[in-house]
Design a protein around this ligand. Structure first.
Ligand code: AP5
Ligand code: MG
Length: 218
């Protein structure tokens, strides 16, 4: 099954992509995570993307399209994948259509997360992640089971994202409404779009997604 999770910054795309990838044996493809890894590694792409991401603007289409094109071609994606944060512009969506068609793959479902702006800011300001394995947490909504210890790998080191500050969040939200929200109409017109209430607690959102996936599989 090949899915897209579509929604504003902080909507819960990464949280749900990780949960669904684990339960369904799918690969999570987060362009944000891939770009952050490139920045950390100091690659050419990372050098181009660093300042753009810190401002909360979108990285040029050709860079992210190339990254996804290469990644989707790898063998572990054969069983299916969850795109988390891609596509984010109409040209990216058109490029995805083409690269899927070229590989005889199809898109099964696009899940849109509906979340109020005020909740997004609260979610982003409280977010942190395990510095070793990347597992995501929140100061208020998702603390590790043992405080200070990652549930997934036992590490005691955590980090916060450079773009998770009030000023950058405003810019990221603007980029979402201007560049990404038009994709809702794009996928609705293709009959691929389903929307979920992203304001619900994390477990309930996971159940809502599982119900949608069961409907699609039936
Ligand atoms: P990216 O990393 O994709 O960031 P984003 O879209 O801004 O989304 P986030 O990762 O901030 O939010 P999320 O929806 O994953 O929420 P999460 O699950 O973590 O992109 C970063 C940057 O990279 C972009 O600004 C751009 O520069 C560049 N980029 C990436 N892709 C690109 C592309 N395709 N084209 C161009 N540029 C690109 O949840 C947030 C917090 O809330 C967590 O702490 C979580 O625990 C908590 N939470 C989650 N769900 C709930 C819930 N239901 N209730 C309560 N709390 C919850
Ligand atoms: Mg994310």
């Amino acid at each position: 099954m090949n899915l897209i999770l579509l929604g504003p910054p902080g909507a819960g795309k990464g949280t749900q992509a990780a949960a669904i990838a684990a339960s369904r044996g799918l690969v999570q493809l987060s362009t944000g995570d891939m770009l952050r890894a490139a920045v950390k590694a100091g690659t050419e792409v990372g050098k181009q993307a660093k300042a753009i991401m810190e401002r909360g603007d979108l990285v040029p289409d050709e860079i992210v399209i190339r990254i996804i094109d290469e990644r989707i071609g790898q063998p572990d994606c054969e069983n299916g994948f969850i795109l988390d944060g891609f596509p984010r512009t109409l040209p990216q969506a058109a490029a995805l259509d083409k690269l899927l068609a070229d590989r005889n793959k199809q898109l099964d479902l696009v899940i849109e997360f509906k979340v109020d702006d005020a909740a997004l800011v609260e979610r982003i300001s409280g977010r942190f992640a395990c510095a070793k394995c990347g597992a995501g947490y929140h100061d208020k909504f998702k603390q590790p089971k043992t405080p200070g210890v990652c549930d997934a790998c036992g590490s005691t080191e955590f980090s916060r994202r450079a773009d998770d500050n009030a000023e950058t969040v405003k810019n990221r939200l603007m980029a979402y409404y201007k560049e990404t929200a038009p994709l809702i109409g794009y996928y609705f017109a293709k009959g691929k779009l389903k929307s979920i209430d992203g304001m619900a607690p994390i477990d309930q959102v996971t159940h809502a997604i599982e119900r949608l996936l069961a409907e699609v599989a039936a």
